[in-house]
Design a protein around this ligand. Structure first.
Ligand code: SAH
Length: 240
């Protein structure tokens, strides 16, 4: 399942055009985060026949809620931000989504028309997807970006999945990872490893590491359990 998430879209016409782009490529799961005007007749007008996708759109107040249950989150972004984040072309991202993650819940997140996605939203993403456009004019209309990425996903999904593994454990969700980061931060502050005066991007680097690792729930439990044991050490279980 591939979920298309649009963050704070200002023009309702773009929501309709994005819905149409999705439907032509066989996708229907549209999620809106705090759209500026929605529902709106312009959204229906620009959907031209994809009004079922617009009508079925789910609306949430926050990106966290919109990403509930997602195991792979890709952020569509025209440019790299301050800290390098793994970035794929739409084709490579589609290969990932249709291969290793074919039987997982995948989300692609699109930013605001004027300002795109902010850093904290990008950190929520396992990787970025960047359409390798004209470097002097790289920002596509959001519905056009949806079209390009949806097209690549469709082409990749039309290929038979020869090596798509059947998941044996659920991958952790964004909010579970957030609890892990809070736990790490608390322990690292307690032990003195993290100096709040000089944090040096430590938390962002940890996020990048764990985003890359695609932890499953068993691995998450090991890390959380270990951190708890650092907070409340009981000493070795077997002595001598
Ligand atoms: N000025 C904004 C661009 C916003 S365009 C910025 O620099 O971020 C609205 C959205 O369309 C973007 O947030 C992104 O999700 C998508 N988009 C536009 N151009 C893109 C590109 N070249 N590659 C990937 N996504 C793109």
């Amino acid at each position: 399942m591939i979920r298309f998430v649009l963050v704070e879209t200002s023009h309702p016409g773009n929501i309709g055009a994005a819905a149409r782009a999705m439907k032509t490529m066989g996708f229907s799961e549209l999620v809106l985060v705090a759209p500026v005007h929605f529902p709106h007749p312009d959204a229906v007008a620009r959907a031209t026949g994809a009004d079922d996708v617009v009508a079925g759109a789910r609306v949430f107040g926050s990106l966290d809620e919109a990403l509930a249950g997602c195991e792979l989150v890709l952020g569509a972004s025209a440019r790299q931000r301050s800290i390098a984040w793994p970035a794929h072309t739409p084709r490579d991202a589609a290969t990932l989504a249709a291969g290793e993650f074919r039987n997982r819940q995948v989300a692609v997140v699109f930013g605001r028309e004027r300002t795109g996605l902010d850093n904290s939203e990008l950190e929520r993403c396992h990787a970025l997807v960047t359409i390798p456009a004209n470097p002097d004019f790289s920002s596509l209309n959001i519905a056009a970006a949806v079209q390009v990425i949806a097209y690549e996903l469709r082409v990749a999904l039309l290929e038979p999945a020869l090596d798509a593994p059947e998941p044996d454990a659920r991958l952790v969700t964004a909010d579970e990872l957030d609890h892990l980061y809070t736990h790490f931060e608390r322990v690292m502050l307690d032990t003195g490893f993290l100096d709040p005066e000089r944090p040096r991007h430590l938390m962002r680097r940890l996020r990048r590491l764990f985003n890359r690792a695609h932890l499953d729930e068993n691995e998450l439990n090991i890390l959380r359990g270990f951190l708890s044991s650092v907070e409340r050490p009981t000493g070795p279980k077997h002595r001598g």
